[in-house]
Design a protein around this ligand. Structure first.
Ligand code: BJW
Length: 239
């Protein structure tokens, strides 16, 4: 694995767990979706039916995010990006997370396939703008001037994830696929490991507990991301 120079990393909520942001499907029953119903808060139908509740859910999470900090696992991936570039290699970092902790740790290129919480999108004109405050149905879009369309720039169930073409091209070119802190429960991201195998990549899972699709990985490293990710990066590019 240490000879791999073109690396594709997929991250999930587990990498941000030690930064204090909750995961969705915690096995102890404390995950976000055990406390909040995703069908009432994370679908376009829910937003159409009850925009106030949906926006309040994301306001709470945006406030949590603004007080969170990246942890050593985020910093290790930023180091991996520059170390691979120095050796003529590359890192494609695709995250399912809507937080900006990879960027704040120094990762220069991050693909947010499920969107970004610190941006708002207008459902009427599709403009996407940075947004750090609470959102209200009466907020006006600064591009089209209309109210009622602004929503968090995130991908809800039933919506098409972002950058799927770019992701597929990067997977085809990579040598090593590594999934970090993701349960393998949500598609299409959960299907990337099967695609990676079909393209001939080696595959590695780094997780606290085995993912739903764990049998598709060549290698598994279990433990908290704060320990496993820096150790893996050191093995790959250290020394
Ligand atoms: C640690 C740790 C520590 C903890 N250190 N690790 C049947 C079959 C196939 C598909 C479907 C199906 N029925 C419905 C679908 C489609 C649906 C889907 O997959 N549903 C499943 C529930 C079955 N998917 C969609 O609707 C997607 N769109 C779509 O499919 O469009 C059509 C299409 C098809 C093909 C190609 C292209 C398009 C959209 C999905 C949108 C997901 N949105 C959310 C919310 C985003 C906004 C928000 O944050 O509120 O995204 S849901 C939520 O789950 C969020 C996450 O990104 C996503 C994945 O969660 P993740 O990251 O894996 O977190 P957890 O909590 O599940 O796991 C945490 C992991 O960390 C665990 O493994 C822990 O062990 C570990 N961990 N602490 C290391 N300290």
């Amino acid at each position: 694995m240490s000879a791999s120079r073109k690396v594709f990393v997929l991250t999930g909520a587990g990498i941000s767990a030690e930064s204090g942001l909750g995961t969705f499907r915690d096995k102890g029953g404390q995950g976000i979706w055990a406390r909040f119903d995703p069908m009432k808060l994370a679908t376009p139908e829910a937003f159409a039916r009850d925009p106030e509740s949906v926006l309040a859910f994301y306001d709470l999470r945006r406030r949590n995010l603004l007080s969170a900090r990246p942890n050593v696992a985020h910093f290790a991936l930023a180091r991996l990006e520059s170390a691979l570039a120095e050796r003529g290699g590359s890192l494609t970092l695709v995250t399912q997370n809507i937080d900006d902790l990879h960027e704040r740790a120094g990762s220069a290129s991050v693909v947010h396939m499920h969107g970004e919480l610190l941006k708002a999108r207008c459902g009427r004109c599709e403009a996407v703008r940075p947004w750090l405050d609470d959102l209200s149905p009466s907020d006006l879009c600064s591009d089209c001037g209309r109210a009622g369309g602004l929503r968090p720039h995130v991908v809800w169930f039933g919506e098409m994830p972002l950058a799927m073409d770019l992701i597929d091209r990067a997977l085809r070119k990579a040598e090593l696929f590594v999934a970090i802190g993701t349960s393998g429960a949500v598609y299409p991201a959960a299907g990337f490991v099967a695609e990676a195998r079909a393209y001939g990549l080696r595959t590695c899972e780094i997780n606290l507990e085995a993912a739903d699709n764990a049998d598709l990985f060549d290698e598994q490293r279990l433990g908290p991301a704060s320990a496993t990710v820096p150790a893996w990066v050191e093995e790959l590019v250290g020394g």
